[in-house]
Design a protein around this ligand. Sequence first.
Ligand SMILES: C[S@@+](CC[C@H](N)C(=O)[O-])C[C@H]1O[C@@H](n2cnc3c(N)ncnc32)[C@H](O)[C@@H]1O
Length: 272
Amino acid sequence: MNPFDSCQYPDQETSGMNRAPGSVSIVGAGPGDPGLITVRGRDRLAAAEVVIYDDLAGGVLAAWCPPECQRIYVGKRCGRISALQNRITALMVAEARAGRRVVRLKGGDPFVFGRGGEELAALIRAGIPCEVVPGVTAATAAAAAAGVPLTQRGITSAVVFLTGHESAESPTGPIDWEAYARLGATLCLYMGTSNLGEVARKLTAGGMAAGMPVALVSRASCADQRVRLLRLGDLLRGTFGAFEAPGLAIIGEVARVASAAGELASLAAANA
Ligand SMILES: C[S@@+](CC[C@H](N)C(=O)[O-])C[C@H]1O[C@@H](n2cnc3c(N)ncnc32)[C@H](O)[C@@H]1O
């Protein structure tokens, strides 16, 4: 049985000594547009007594969280990431042990560069009924914004999610960019707005052509989203201007399809 079922979510008793055990639902908020959270995620928010949320989840919270629900911001502005992570875990456990229905709301999908795995493990260790509600991750939102299919028959059958923000202490060692350059897969680069030039240099060193198409998408799905189509060589030369965060780069032959779609769109406009 799913341990989460045992907490009678979301109709549990809400007061007094007989209060049922609390629970934590780790919910993916999606990329920013409140319409891109899942139905289950929205239901969990509607039933929440406490929401613990971070930077990329604010719009979804404003749209779907009931006014009486307590909202606790734990985004990057709150302090050092490692200390913050311990505090977030302690907070989730304490609120659930107090018998409250907790939603831990995270940008995108909790299990894609979201530390959702660490939080889930801590909750399980503490014996808290918990679940994960997946979300639309930034790569798929950026792909939709740019009109770039991440895989396409005849172009590529593989896609890779990578961080452009490598930690020097990573236990898995440095990213083997040269190997990824040769893979023939679509590369979706998260957290790479500030070091695209360096990533481009490593990819070309691994044999990727400077003419490889790239789509840069900032704030995918939000009202002020921005899409630019360019080439790996532009990243090398640094001639692409500002790349506003949060931003995601899609690097691969599939990005050619975006230019074709753009031409079709302008053709349709010209014929209208
Ligand atoms: C810490 S990671 C969290 C990723 C998140 N868990 C997900 O599944 O999308 C943050 C990075 O996600 C990407 N990102 C998040 N939201 C985005 C958006 N709306 N548009 C473009 N990139 C976004 C950016 O690369 C940003 O640096």
